[in-house]
Design a protein. Structure first.
Ligand code: F0G
Length: 453
């Protein structure tokens, strides 16, 4: 088979500034060893996130000029609404400035003190929005006992048990995140979505999708789930959406734009409540938190993302990096997910205790050795200190995520990432831990200060 190549050519480029190891040592120190605090111009390859970092197509840039910026009833809204309805089938489409704004509105309208929300795994902003609305987030991932290819699944046996345990009236919402970002960007099977949906229906509990990487999820279903190989990614996506009552979407991922999102749902009474919230926090219902031109770019992006040449290249390009890391001996989550490589920092840096944040140490090392920015998804993000017990409670895992922006980097950029990984691997046993010297109350990973121990 011939090499799978990027199904696009490059029309506009952005300069990368190179730094030396000595310069990066100083940059890291000045950023308090937190890569979120490093200036983007000091990064050589930025794999912090795949969110809002996509390269837009010439068609998307063209549509920006068609943006109708009318306050109410803009043409751009109706084009956006029709693209989202065509894909999801939902009745009410509510634009927001990004995914978490849709989450904030959703959990506000389901706010009911003491109730729980169940997710295959809540992403950090989802969990934060659940918590500030006095709900309790329960994760039921199935990665340990599900079939190899769909380790993003919800554990449906535990779902039934949990509903029985707390009573269905105490479950505000069931949600499935596609793909399951927090456990490796791994996909959820159609069978699993269907099963969770039927459990939710039986118990009269609303069922939603967190759909920000829906196209990558649908592509995995096409590739690996029985009965889907002849179906288009678009029709698979439509089927996934059909099992839920609505979805939240960060358009910054699988709508190929730099900013945007939406909440979509069937229930018109709930939609009215959601629109009332939208007006308070985001804007009028036909623009939400967005410009008319942004709505145009999302509508176009949703068309482009289901292109199967694009998805073939996308999924293969992630696999390519993962396969080479495995060859070097770097422990990564397998199978390889849809948008990122997840390195098991606990395994690689086994000399660093978990309360000294092995993931943070690895993230710093990737920057120091090669100017690569990655993201800790471990005890910095999800760990806690229990003051009463005076005990550190680690996150379930210590991962470092290298998320690949869509349509941005070429194969030689990725070859560079692999070379730097080899260097980091060689030095891994010499790396030490970190301590937190300053942290905020919520989502500490964004702004915390660290110091080497
Ligand atoms: N849900 C999931 C599964 C996400 O991965 C994200 C964002 C959101 C919701 C929130 O969307 O950023 O538009 O407000 N994830 C980014 C990431 C930040 O790096 O994985 P947002």
């Amino acid at each position: 088979m011939k090499t799978i190549i990027e199904p696009f050519r490059i029309k506009s480029v952005e300069q990368i500034t190179f730094t030396t190891r000595e310069q990066r040592k100083q940059i890291l120190k000045e950023a308090f060893y937190n890569p979120f605090k490093i200036k983007a111009e000091d990064i050589i390859i930025d794999l912090l996130t795949d969110s809002g970092t996509s390269a837009m197509s010439s068609k998307q840039w063209g549509r920006l000029m068609e943006g109708d910026e009318s306050y109410a009833g803009a043409k751009s809204f109706y084009r956006f609404e029709s693209a989202v309805k065509d894909l999801t089938g939902y009745e009410n489409i509510i634009p927001t400035h990004q995914g978490r704004a849709a989450e904030s509105i959703l959990f506000k309208i389901f706010r009911d003190k003491g109730k729980i929300t169940i997710n295959n795994t809540h992403f950090d902003t989802t969990r934060a929005n659940v918590t500030v609305n006095h709900l309790t987030a329960v994760d039921l991932p199935a990665h340990n006992n599900s079939e190899l290819r769909f380790k993003g699944n919800m554990d449906c046996d535990s779902l039934v048990e949990k509903i029985k345990e707390v009573g269905s009236e105490n479950v505000a919402l069931i949600m499935i995140t596609i793909t399951n970002n927090a456990v490796g960007g791994l996909p959820v099977s159609m069978e699993n979505i269907k099963q969770a949906s039927s459990i939710a229906k039986k118990n009269n509990i609303p069922f939603f999708l967190d759909a920000c990487r829906f196209a990558e999820n649908a592509f995995f279903i096409k590739k690996y789930e029985k009965g889907f190989s002849e179906r288009t990614v678009k029709s698979i996506s439509q089927e996934m959406f059909s099992y839920a009552d609505g979805c939240t979407m960060s358009a910054k991922k699988d709508a190929l734009v730099n900013m945007g999102g939406f909440l979509a749902l069937n229930d018109s009474n709930l939609a009215e409540e959601a629109r009332n919230q939208l007006i308070i926090t985001e804007g009028f219902p036909t623009y939400g938190g967005l410009n008319g031109r942004d709505l145009e770019a999302i509508a176009q992006g949703l068309n482009e993302i289901v292109d199967e040449d694009y998805l073939t290249y996308r999924i293969r390009s992630i696999e390519y990096v993962g396969e080479r890391m495995l060859k070097i001996g770097i422990p990564i989550i397998q199978p390889i997910g849809g948008h990122a490589i997840f390195i098991d920092a606990q395994k690689l840096l086994s000399q660093i205790p978990r309360d000294q944040f092995p993931g943070q140490s690895l993230v710093c090392s990737f920057f120091l050795e090669g100017g690569i920015r990655s993201c800790e998804i471990g005890s910095v993000m999800f760990g806690k200190y229990n003051d009463e017990l005076q005990e550190f409670i680690p996150a379930p895992y210590e991962y470092v995520r290298m998320a690949i922006p869509r349509r941005v980097y070429t194969q030689s950029h990725m070859d560079y990432v692999i070379e730097v990984s080899e260097e980091v691997y060689r030095k891994s046993k010499e790396l030490g831990g970190y301590k937190i010297v300053k942290e905020p109350k919520f989502l500490r990973h964004f702004t915390a200060h660290f110091a080497p121990i």
